[in-house]
Design a protein around this ligand. Structure first.
Ligand SMILES: NC(=O)c1ccc[n+]([C@@H]2O[C@H](COP(=O)([O-])OP(=O)(O)OC[C@H]3O[C@@H](n4cnc5c(N)ncnc54)[C@H](OP(=O)(O)O)[C@@H]3O)[C@@H](O)[C@H]2O)c1
Length: 295
């Protein structure tokens, strides 16, 4: 477990971030919370086996964090189809254990992250928090099981933030991949028949901190405003990069992937907007900030 990034007064809230050193979201969370004056500790696989309950119990008790943020997950959606048990271990057994341990300790709030892939994708209006999930992949099913476990075990001291289509610094992501391809290729093929909510990890980290400071409970949809399909997102990236690379929209049938993706997974942000006092900024604005400040 790493030392706190910042030395704060004893009144500063204390965060323990699982995945806070290497995760795409975890790194943004670590920086955002430290920047808001939190004492930040991280917990990663280099500290020990996170699915070893005895180890986890000892580390959570020793940390005595006010809020535990779980940004660890099995995120390789296609690989999950071939390794359902490993995916379940990280996406369900781990958050289940975190909730049980915090319950037995009797203190600490849990902020857990989930996904738009809990929805079927058979819709045409943005999914609200209370809509019925119907995942179509191992990843989606294991993430849904994880969020249900957390909320059932620790209903008064946990929240689940469903997010989607993340881009941000520190780890490979779709936007970075398109940027790199646009530098060396004349054209890229990108699917157009999956529509979702592109989301900047720095924004998500700020909303997560704000909700944690309110000790929010229940399910929250936490994505940037607006929607896009993958080809539209890629076209925006290429335009921002000033590249002449052409984005060629293709149907997903021409880009076979092992796991089924939702065709429509746009998330409704009304609840988050009310809590923040304003809607999350539109994804193109966030994308511009990410591209201009990192590439
Ligand atoms: N990325 C997206 O587009 C997206 C979309 C919707 C929802 N989400 C959700 O958002 C959350 C954060 O996702 P992310 O994209 O930031 O994930 P990520 O970049 O893949 O990071 C996952 C983190 O989990 C850690 N981890 C994986 N397997 C581990 C293991 N066996 N033991 C210990 N640590 C392990 C990784 O550590 P190592 O670096 O050591 O492997 C890494 O720190 C997840 O709950 C995910 O389901 C993400």
């Amino acid at each position: 477990m790493s030392k706190p990034r910042t030395r704060q007064s004893s009144a500063a809230p204390k965060a323990l971030i699982l995945g806070g050193v290497t995760g795409l979201l975890g790194q943004s969370l670590t920086n955002a919370l430290a920047g808001r004056g939190w004492q930040v500790e991280t917990l990663s696989r280099t500290d020990g086996c996170l699915t070893d309950i005895a180890f986890l119990t000892q580390r959570l008790a020793r940390s005595a964090a006010d809020v535990v943020f779980n940004a660890v997950a099995w995120t390789r959606v296609d690989d999950a189809e071939d390794h359902p048990e490993q995916a379940r271990l990280l996406n369900c057994t781990l958050p289940d254990a975190l909730a049980r341990i915090l319950k037995s300790i009797g203190q600490g709030h849990l902020v857990h992250f989930s996904t738009d892939f809990v929805f079927s994708g058979q819709g045409r209006t943005p999914w609200r928090e209370e809509d019925t999930p119907k995942p179509a992949s191992v990843y989606g099913r294991t993430k849904l099981a994880g969020e249900r476990a957390v909320l059932q075990i620790l209903p008064d001291r946990s929240c689940v933030l469903r997010t989607a289509w993340l881009f941000g610094p520190g780890r490979k992501n779709f936007v970075e991949t398109i940027l790199n391809k646009s530098r060396i290729m004349d054209a890229v093929q990108v699917v157009f028949d999956q529509t979702g909510s592109p989301t900047y990890t720095l924004d998500l980290a700020r909303w997560s901190a704000a909700l944690a400071e309110k000790r929010a409970v229940g399910i929250w949809h936490a994505v940037n405003s607006g929607r896009a399909n993958w080809a539209e997102l890629a076209a925006e990236v290429v335009a921002l990069a000033g590249s002449r690379c052409q984005v060629i929209p293709i149907p997903s049938g021409q880009w076979p992937q092992k796991a089924t993706r939702p065709a429509w997974s746009v998330l409704d942000v009304t609840k988050l907007s009310n809590a923040l006092g304003q809607p999350p900024r539109p994804w193109p604005q966030a994308l511009r900030e990410y591209v201009y400040s990192n590439f």
